[in-house]
Design a protein around this ligand. Structure first.
Ligand code: 3HC
Length: 287
């Protein structure tokens, strides 16, 4: 019987990584947030501090509970310093070479029974696992959703070599983090992004063709389909570059032109209008 996950290392302190670390600490795990960028780590720390303050203000946590959760979080530049991790979750940029380099290092660094999870949104788990060599059976997809503390789903993806034990431990971990794990097979974009991204892409086409304004497209989907936010605002929220990259993975892997990013989306990405993170995407935002 393998030990339950008590210490989790989250590599990458961007939006997803900082949300995963926060959620883990809130749920009683020790969480180590790792990033090579000190600025990114500071940003994650600031986000965590702000969220704990909000939770106390909203009486979802007592001040003591928030203090205890905050003390379960630590920050560092090097995952190799955390020798007792039960699980590492990679939340680095959505680039197969970056991920494979990390998984090669994970396999050399972490204890023999450490779970090696990736938060990839579209890249093949089987492919990433090749970098872990003999540890491929411990590699698994743990796909969280933004904002991580709010969204209930973790899409759990097993690669060709993933063992049953790795799957079972990952399901337990997701539940311990207050999430509902749902399995999906290892095909590009899994289920969530295979369905969501063409929908977002079609909203861009409708906008580009002048079927309605961006505001009206979103309002139609919010009021008519009960979406919490319209597809164009959601694309800004996810990051237009992220949407673009996921669509390119879908296009390349599944070979169907329907996945090719709409020219309007490509143009916004080329111009650096990436959505909320740059204060400008389809819509404009103030910080
Ligand atoms: N971190 C922590 N908590 C957050 C948060 C964040 N970044 N953003 C919002 N929240 C919390 C708020 O504190 C609030 O909590 P409360 O109910 O306890 O007061 C709650 O979420 C609702 O927030 P708001 O009242 O500010 O705003 P909304 O009611 O408009 O909800 C939203 C915001 C939760 C983002 C909602 O609009 C929503 O669900 N949007 C859709 C999100 C979505 O579809 N995400 C999936 C994207 S796809 C993905 O991630 C996969 C990837 O591979 C691309």
């Amino acid at each position: 019987m393998s030990r339950p996950v008590k210490t989790i290392v989250v590599v990458g302190a961007g939006t997803m990584g900082s949300g995963i670390a926060l959620t883990a600490a809130q749920c009683g795990l020790r969480a180590v947030q790792v990033d090579v960028s000190a600025a990114q780590l500071d940003k994650a720390r600031g986000y965590h501090t702000k969220q704990f303050a909000r939770l106390v203000e909203k009486q979802k946590m007592t001040a003591d509970e928030a203090h205890a959760a905050a003390s379960r979080l630590s920050y560092g530049a090097d995952f190799a310093a955390v020798t007792d991790a039960d699980c590492v979750v990679e939340a680095a940029s959505e680039n197969p070479d970056v991920k494979k380099k990390l998984f090669r290092a994970f396999a050399e660094t972490f204890a023999a029974d450490t779970l090696l999870a990736t938060n990839t949104s579209s890249i093949s788990i089987t492919d990433i696992a090749t970098a872990a060599g003999a540890r491929a059976s411990q590699v698994i997809g743990m796909h969280f959703f933004n904002p991580v503390p709010v969204m209930k789903l973790v899409e759990v993806i097993r690669g060709l070599a993933t063992s049953d034990e790795t799957v079972a431990r990952t399901l337990d971990l997701a539940r311990a983090m207050g999430k509902t794990p749902v399995p999906a097979n290892d095909r590009a974009g899994f289920v969530s992004n295979r369905v969501l991204m063409p929908l977002i892409n079609e909203a861009f086409y409708a906008c580009m063709e002048g079927v309605a304004t961006a505001e009206d497209i979103d309002q139609i989907m919010v009021l008519g389909c009960n979406f919490p936010m319209g597809p164009l605002r959601l694309a800004d929220f996810i990051g237009l570059d992220v949407c673009h990259d996921i669509m390119m993975v879908l296009y390349r892997e599944l070979g169907d032109a329907k996945f090719f990013p709409c020219p309007m989306l490509r143009q916004l990405v080329t111009s650096g209008r990436l959505g909320n993170k740059t204060n400008r995407g389809v819509f404009e935002y103030s910080r």
